[in-house]
Design a binder for this molecule. Structure first.
Ligand code: GAP
Length: 462
């Protein structure tokens, strides 16, 4: 099974320390969230899995960590200043501010307010999603020369470093540059927990290639990512593909396929259960061209008179110089985390007829791999042995020691946060030098001798 709705994950997250509402003691801040002790581990596991798969397990991708605040010209020439808008409307009846492109339409084709059902809406007007700031101590809020933006995507940091990475890593096409980092968008209608927020984290990779190879590589990355998402424990029946229409395509894209997740299983209409988990775009040579000093328009004028670099590529085998195409798989850490948690959510009834929550996370995703529990916390030898096991295991896997309740309660707590194994130290352990290992999913128990323990667990969780 998976979670019946996002609300179930919101309350589990708060109860167990995955995600909390941000600024809560001051009344919160709309759609901002803080990641607690377990949430930060889960997010790190997602990022590490992505980085390992994309950067380490291949031989054609380099990593990068570019600045969040860049020269404003980056966003001028990328097209974001001109086009990174959402169509904004206000409902005249209930005063709600809405994104026009997300509204249902009535039979006459008029957009309908999602809050009160009225069609009495203002004309749509473009609203730029970039957060503005000013750089430098002397600048005033209005100082255009000091204007800067918080990046709305990590991708541009990659394009403007294309020549740096190419020259320092001596790469040949096709090759990619990968980056993980925060991005910021002043979303008109954030919501659905961590699904759409104004501050979020992206994992983006730009895969540079020859134009003729782009369609094939695009398809390969779509299939590759579908497989990677399943390796995180997300079941394929909750994933689907969506081909963006010409009207939906971003200004830079020739073709974009979204991988959708079933975030809203409670909705009756199947088609409304899905929303975007990630996008995989063929951005053509748009970005490298617009950031380059050379290209000229029809009248022979430089398209970019501010750039000092030409981001073209010279192919020594064919003696050609050209701007590479780029395939871009772009995915949010937060949306991935939500999908991983929803998919892992399971309910099971115990022998007493009580409902228990089990988060059946893939071991690689589990925030804690092993919990070591003493059966009697008033027996110093047992406590000492349990703490020593925790310390030994911690070197190779995230482990915790917990003695804050009865064993049934401790097992239930670990099940709910997705810990694959509990190790219990009991009175017999002192004599036979063995412990009980309990499996989260089956609740089955096995007696394992101490000298076998680390190997037994490592084979299953690392
Ligand atoms: N560089 C391309 C790009 O940024 P995007 O589809 O706008 O493409 C990529 O964003 C991914 O980033 C999305 O598929 C989603 O996972 C995540 N994302 C975008 N906006 C988000 C938001 N407001 N809150 C949370 N995640 C977001």
């Amino acid at each position: 099974m998976s979670a019946p709705n996002i609300e179930t994950i919101v309350s589990l997250s708060k109860r167990r320390g995955f995600v909390y509402p941000a600024s809560e003691i001051y009344g919160g801040l709309g759609s901002s969230w803080d990641y607690g002790p377990l949430g930060v581990e889960l997010a790190n596991n997602i990022k590490n899995s992505w980085w390992r798969w994309i950067v380490y397990e291949r031989d054609d991708i380099e990593g990068l960590d570019s600045s969040i605040i860049q020269n404003r010209l980056v966003w001028k020439y990328s097209g974001h200043e001109q086009t990174f808008h959402d169509p904004l409307v206000d409902c005249r009846d209930c005063k709600t501010r809405l994104r026009e492109d997300k509204l249902d339409r009535n039979e006459a084709g008029k957009p309908v307010c999602s809050n009160c059902g009225s069609t009495n809406l203002t004309e749509s007007r473009p609203f730029n999603l970039m957060f503005r700031t000013t750089v430098g101590a002397a600048s005033s809020e209005e100082d255009e020369a000091a204007l800067a933006y918080l990046r709305p995507e990590t991708a541009q940091g990659i394009f403007i470093n294309f020549a740096n990475v190419l020259n320092t890593s001596r790469r040949k096409l096709p090759f990619g540059i990968a980056q993980i980092g925060k991005a910021f968008r002043n979303e008109v209608t954030p919501g659905n927990f961590i699904f759409r927020t104004r501050e979020f984290e992206q994992m983006e990779m730009e895969y540079f290639c020859r134009a003729e190879d782009a369609p094939r590589l695009h398809q390969e990355w779509i299939e590759g990512f579908r497989g990677w998402l399943q390796s995180l424990g997300i079941s394929d029946r909750n994933l689907s593909l969506y081909e963006q229409t010409k009207e939906e395509l971003a200004h830079y894209a020739e073709r974009t396929v979204d991988i959708m997740y079933r975030y809203f299983p409670e909705r009756e209409d199947e088609s409304k259960q899905w929303d975007e988990l990630m996008g995989i775009a063929n951005r053509t040579d748009y970005d490298l061209r617009v950031h380059s000093k050379k290209p000229e328009d029809a009248e022979g004028k430089r398209i970019n008179p501010d750039s000092t670099e030409d981001l073209s590529y010279f192919d020594t085998a064919t003696n050609e110089r050209f701007y590479p195409y780029v395939i871009e798989p772009a995915i949010g850490v937060n949306r991935t985390l939500l999908a991983v948690m929803m998919d892992a959510y399971t309910e099971k009834t115990n022998e007493k007829g009580e409902m228990r929550v089990i988060l059946k996370l893939a071991p690689e995703m589990a925030p804690i791999k092993v919990a070591v529990l003493p059966l009697a916390k008033n027996k110093p030898e047992i406590v000492e042995m349990a703490k020593k096991i925790k310390k030994d295991l911690q070197r190779s896997m995230r482990s915790v020691y917990d003695d804050t309740g009865g064993i049934g309660k401790l097992y239930a707590r670990q099940d709910e946060i997705g810990t694959p194994f509990c190790v219990t130290v009991d009175h017999e352990s002192l004599d036979d030098n063995a412990v009980t290992v309990r499996d989260r999913d089956t609740w089955g128990q096995e007696r394992i001798s101490m000298d076998q323990l680390k190997g037994y667990l490592a084979r299953r969780v690392v």
